[in-house]
Design a protein around this ligand. Structure first.
Ligand SMILES: *Cc1c(COP(=O)(O)O)cnc(C)c1O
Length: 436
């Protein structure tokens, strides 16, 4: 690095330039680090370097997910793949709210609604920033003026990240009407509060399961009570029969059994279904409300809609991912389904090729998880490259960082959640981690 004269007080600018040799950040950011280091006193050079490194490491950037958790909440859930590839040269606007046929203002929801009509049989749909926002908007738009929403005590859960069903309903201005008991709720329990509520809301408990003396009625039986039923299915599995897999020769993954799906919920009479874009759908972070046209319109017209709507990039990514389902290429073009459909033989081959180049590494059997609270007990057979000791910190220091997990006294890199294009990165990261 550039030499610094330590005999007199160093100037902010000289310190920033000295740090620039090792941490390639914009000069203005390095000047800020230099100022803060000088203000803190002590070894200003080391101080500025640490501040700059910490800042560089805190920036959002690519990492290789070798944890085997396919939808890792801390790693952005569904990874962006082919459908997220964009022009890198020049720039263009998008017709996100512009109808190119008549040159008039259009709706950003139109293409999504069309695609969901085909994929799940929904009359209409709108998109918001995440599924928590979808649940909030549905409650606010359909019962926000103090009307009741019936929720089973067994479904009045916390999903994680502070998403608690009773709190969301309270914030929406609606009134929570508890139904049934923690372990057992029957269709009759909903019928008892029929005249006190505008809606029944069912929530898939996702990352939480009860077993033993438990009961909850089939959706169709709740629909028969005669109050509109809105269903938070959470994970965004579009269709339980997975036609995007079965038409391509892949079976329906057994771990999906019991995972509620959008099409089936609508078929069973749900008035609206709410789900995440970045869980089993494999798309960008967003929340989708699909179902009865009059209720979707009420959501779209609510003042909160303007605050909750996603930007053009998200709408476009969601559209592109839905197009892969329609075109039956989700098994290759949606990274999540590509990871799911990769055969164990293929993973074994990749792991063996990496292990052959990393002294001391070996191939081990392991299992991957879908992640993001979907199908919490599900496991997929997988293969990992294993090395002795905990080298996870050194792997994270590689660029791009590789995120692995420790099991017993070994570090495991599960290849199911790694793109084959990153096998080289994984190999290089392991070699440097073991030689550090
Ligand atoms: C994940 C989940 C949510 C929250 O969805 P976000 O898109 O993370 O806001 C809400 N409800 C259920 C049932 C979920 O599984």
């Amino acid at each position: 690095m550039a030499s610094v004269d330590t005999s007199r007080p160093i100037s902010v600018d000289a310190l920033a330039r000295a740090v620039a040799a090792e941490v390639p950040l914009a000069h203005a950011l390095l000047v800020d680090c230099a100022r803060r280091a000088i203000a803190a006193g002590g070894d200003v050079r080391a101080g500025a370097m640490k501040l700059a490194r910490d800042l560089a490491d805190s920036l959002v950037d690519d990492v290789v997910n070798a944890t085997g958790v396919l939808l890792h909440t801390n790693l952005g859930r569904a990874p962006v793949g082919a459908w997220g590839a964009r022009r890198s040269d020049g720039f263009r606007a998008t017709n996100v709210e512009f109808d190119i046929r008549d040159g008039e203002r259009g709706s950003r929801h139109t293409p999504i609604a069309e695609l969901l009509r085909i994929l799940v049989g929904a009359e209409d749909a709108v998109v918001v920033n995440n599924n928590a926002a979808a649940v909030m908007l549905v409650a606010a738009a359909l019962a926000g003026d103090g009307k009741g929403i019936a929720v089973s005590r067994g479904e009045s859960v916390e999903i994680g990240g502070g998403f608690r069903v009773p709190d969301v309903i309270e914030q929406s201005g609606a009134r929570l009407v508890d139904v049934g008991t923690t372990n057992k709720t029957r269709a009759d329990d909903y019928a008892k509060v029929r005249n006190d509520v505008a809606l029944v809301m069912r929530i898939h408990p996702s990352n939480f399961a009860m077993s033993g003396f438990v009961d909850s009625p089939a959706l169709a039986d709740v629909v028969a009570v005669g109050v509109p039923v809105v269903v938070d299915v959470g994970s965004g599995l579009l269709d339980a029969s997975c036609p995007w897999l079965t038409t391509q020769g892949f079976p329906v993954p057994p771990w999906l059994a019991g995972e509620p799906a959008v099409r089936q919920a609508l078929d069973d009479g749900a008035a609206l279904v709410m789900f995440s874009g970045d869980k089993l759908l494999g798309g960008p972070q967003c929340g989708i409300i699909a179902g009865r046209a009059d209720l979707v319109r009420a959501c779209a017209k609510h003042p909160l809609m303007r605050a909750l709507r996603p930007g053009a990039q998200v709408m476009r990514d969601l559209q592109d991912v839905l197009l892969t389902y329609v075109g039956r290429t989700a098994h290759t073009d949606v990274p999540f389904w590509a990871m799911v459909t990769t055969g164990v033989d293929e993973l074994e081959k990749r792991a063996a090729a990496i292990a052959a180049r990393v002294p001391g590494a070996r191939v081990v059997e392991t299992s991957s998880l879908p992640g993001a609270g979907s199908a919490p007990s599900a496991r997929m057979a997988s293969r990992a490259v294993s090395v002795t000791g905990d080298v996870t910190e050194r792997l994270r220091r590689h660029r791009p960082p590789v995120v692995a997990r420790v099991e017993g006294s070994s570090t495991l890199l599960d290849l199911r959640s790694v793109s084959p294009l990153d096998d080289e990165v994984v190999t290089a990261a392991l070699i440097s981690a073991l030689h550090a």
